[in-house]
Design a protein around this ligand. Structure first.
Ligand SMILES: Nc1ncnc2c1ncn2[C@@H]1O[C@H](COP(=O)(O)OP(=O)(O)OP(=O)(O)O)[C@@H](O)[C@H]1O
Length: 220
């Protein structure tokens, strides 16, 4: 269980973006973080992962060993191939690289053709898939993903849905921000709805995306 209590953050004195945000994350569940543009989803993720300093006290061991943050903007060595980059990450982290599992995931995410291709030739969606594969291989317990579906076609989105469900079955906790209510309604066990600086944590009992939308509309 990962508990966030009363996290507050402001970029400057004028406006508090996150105002005593509290929620609980359990392993074996998928959480979708929803909120209108500018509500603070990326800011929240940056505070949780230590990229921004808030009043939330960070646990360095947790951040280094348990938490994977897949950002919407990622940095690569673009002259390396997907395989070389992945191997590099594993050597930097001093972890054993499982090539067979890498190949299985590449195949599952329809990425075989990119294995030996330079990352400079990857589309944004392909780069996001590569990071997801690396994250799965590194076996983090908590995975935060900022808008992973934004740059991904609907076929790939279905595959990623399946991969996330597989991770959930393995006992991981996944927090995904998205604007796509159909994905949230289909995927999430719980919704984290960020509005006016607060997080509302709701069990996802919504039967349709429209039901979820109608609920959210009550607040905004
Ligand atoms: N570096 C920054 N300096 C000052 N204000 C910022 C900075 N980054 C974001 N903000 C402001 O903080 C608020 C929250 O932004 P954030 O990017 O976290 O929202 P978001 O929910 O992720 O938005 P979106 O759905 O558009 O991606 C917005 O008002 C934004 O303008």
């Amino acid at each position: 269980m990962w508990e966030v209590n009363q996290l507050t953050f402001a970029y400057d004195d004028k406006k508090t973006v996150l105002d005593q945000v509290s929620f609980k994350i359990e392993t074996g569940k998928i959480y979708c973080l929803l909120g209108v543009n500018g509500s603070g989803k990326t800011t929240l993720f940056n505070c949780l992962s230590g990229f921004l300093k808030s009043n939330y006290s960070l646990d360095k061991y947790f951040i280094d060993n348990k938490l994977l943050y897949i950002q919407d903007e990622m940095h690569f060595y673009k002259n390396l191939s997907g395989l070389e980059f992945t191997e590099l990450i594993f050597s930097l982290k001093d972890k054993k690289f499982d090539l067979a599992e890498f190949d299985r995931l590449l195949s599952k995410l329809k990425m075989n053709d990119y294995k030996n291709e330079r990352i400079s030739a990857y589309s944004l969606g392909t780069k996001q898939k590569l990071v997801l594969i690396i994250g799965i291989l590194l076996n983090y317990q908590y995975i935060i993903m900022d808008e992973p579906f934004a740059a991904i076609d609907f076929i790939a989105a279905e595959v990623i849905n399946d991969v996330l469900k597989e991770l959930k079955e393995q006992g991981k906790a996944i927090i995904v921000s998205t604007h796509q209510l159909d994905i949230a309604q289909e995927l999430a066990d719980e919704i984290l709805f960020l509005n006016d600086g607060k997080v509302n944590q709701i069990i996802n009992n919504f039967q349709t995306p429209r039901e979820l939308k109608n609920y959210i509309r009550l607040y905004i």
